[in-house]
Design a protein around this ligand. Structure first.
Ligand code: B1M
Length: 211
């Protein structure tokens, strides 16, 4: 099959088409990681570029995002196969004011695939909710995602709220999202930054001393 069709159908926002094509690719033995990084993610990058050029508007971004999520849904059980032992616990969410969840979902999926127990708080998560969940669940990693330059400061607010609650030393804070950088992560007092979902798992393991 022509795998480029996956890319095209995501951009077109054709969720049933993406589902069918991804299922076909899997049946033909294409590795899930190749489908994600070779076709699904680049399609969303292209959607972003079209939005910047004002060829796409919010509705087109939204239906493309839904098509992407449908494709990821097919791959999720495959990414999660085969892990037995729990590597650790993670709480993750997209920060306050931010509704982007595709990258966060991908990160969450990769952590589950690597054997972590993940509590996903969803989107638009405020510092209070992050802090109360850390208090209740005592995770090893707190992951925060932000896709908007305007919502990035919410990470600092959450870290400050953890300090105030006396929980900052009990959890490693990992941050990510397209506009973030290592320098920004350092500036807000995070323990780690990762540019993509695969390296997020590696970074978390490094922070926890798991080889
Ligand atoms: Co929005 N949006 N959006 N959007 N959107 C961006 C982010 C934007 C860059 C588009 C653009 O202008 N080119 C721009 C932000 C500009 C800025 O802040 N500088 C933008 C804007 C402006 C907006 C609105 C303000 C538009 C409007 O209403 N006028 C609005 C804001 C809504 C809100 O959040 N309050 C908005 C809305 C939306 C939709 C709802 C329509 C939709 C989101 C649907 C959804 O997520 N369910 C949407 C989409 C789809 C995008 C783009 C096109 C794609 C994002 C995406 O899913 N990428 C995006 C353009 C772009 O990024 N090129 C854009 C694919 C995903 C796999 O990548 O999320 O980067 P990403 O995740 C990566 C890494 O960043 C990393 O790993 C992931 C996988 O490798 N990562 C982590 C992410 N989180 C991590 C956490 C970690 C570690 C790594 O540790 C915990």
């Amino acid at each position: 099959m022509d795998l480029k069709q996956i890319h095209e159908r995501v951009i077109a926002g054709d969720a049933p088409g993406v589902k069918e094509l991804v299922e076909q690719a899997v049946a033909e033995g294409v590795p899930p990681a190749e489908i994600i990084s070779g076709y699904l993610i680049p399609a969303m990058t292209e959607v972003g570029a079209r939005f910047e050029r004002q060829e796409f508007y919010v509705p087109e971004m939204l239906i493309a995002a839904r098509a992407m999520q449908t494709g990821l849904g097919v791959l999720k059980p495959l990414v999660m196969e085969g892990e037995l032992e729990t590597a650790g616990r993670m709480v993750i969410g997209t920060v306050r004011g931010d509704l982007h969840d595709i990258g966060k979902n991908l990160v969450s999926m990769m952590f589950e695939g690597a054997g972590f127990e993940v509590t996903d708080l969803g989107v638009d998560v405020g510092p209070e909710r992050f802090v109360s969940t850390v208090g209740q669940e005592n995770p090893d990693i707190l992951g925060m995602s932000a896709l908007l330059t305007t919502t990035m400061p919410a990470m600092r607010n959450t870290i400050e709220a953890l300090v105030e609650a006396g929980l900052r030393d009990k959890v490693k804070v990992l941050v990510g999202g397209a506009p973030l950088t290592q320098a920004y992560a350092d500036q807000v007092g995070a323990d780690g930054y990762a540019p993509d979902a695969g390296s997020a798992v590696r970074k978390a393991k490094e922070l926890l001393g798991i080889v």
